[in-house]
Design a protein around this ligand. Structure first.
Ligand SMILES: [Zn+2]
Length: 205
């Protein structure tokens, strides 16, 4: 672990699967984008354990976390990922051909594999169109069409994070909050100068 990470109270999330947690893309870890506060790592491991009791073999795929540097050093393009308290986590999917649970993701980096609003659902992405970055990963990322969104398992994972006392805030698009029947006040509405949250859930201490 780089001494600088220790100095700023951050620990790395694992390079390879450990306690049912791994990076969705190895580049996240290779580029040092995988640092969090020790409490957030412990929570992520606890969620991995809980998910495996219900769905054996499930892996929590983490996406961008934070750099190991001092507080306030942002992990672009996620301006708020600057203090070790923030983590993006991938959704779960089902292999369409076999109908079995998969640990894969339609997008090679997780971002861009959106579950967009359906007719009749709240549609925040269409209200944030004047902010270019809101949907900037959407619509061009090469996506696998072999996977379908696993609603039940994603709902359980988000609820497992919500249940953790240390987690104070989550960001998720309103249409998925509604579709997954999530009612916790911990799920807050992110600003249009953020990015869309229908390809991952953001959790923070
Ligand atoms: Zn985030």
């Amino acid at each position: 672990m780089p001494p600088i990470a220790k100095k700023y109270g951050r620990v790395p999330l694992p390079f390879i699967e450990t306690n049912h947690v791994r990076p969705l893309s190895i580049w996240t870890a290779l580029l040092n984008r995988n640092y969090v506060r020790p409490e957030l790592r412990a929570i992520t491991y606890a969620v991995g354990d809980e998910m495996n009791r219900k769905y054996p073999g499930t892996v929590i795929n983490y996406m961008d976390a934070n750099f190991p540097f001092r507080d306030g050093f942002p992990l672009l393009p996620h301006i708020s990922h600057n203090d070790g308290r923030k983590l993006d986590v991938a959704f779960h999917y089902i292999d369409k051909a076999t109908g079995k649970r998969s640990n894969g993701n339609p997008s090679p980096i997780g971002y861009g594999g959106s579950e967009p609003p359906r007719k009749g659902e709240p549609d925040r992405p269409s209200r944030c169109t004047s902010n270019w970055q809101y949907s900037y990963m959407y619509g061009w990322m090469p996506l696998s069409d072999r996977l379908a969104f696993d609603q039940a398992r994603t709902q359980d994972m988000i609820n497992a994070f919500i249940k953790q006392k240390g987690i104070k805030t989550l960001y998720l698009e309103p249409h998925l909050k509604k579709r997954l029947h999530l009612t916790s006040k911990k799920i807050r509405l992110h600003a249009c100068y953020s990015v869309r949250h229908d390809d991952h859930v953001h959790v923070q201490l």
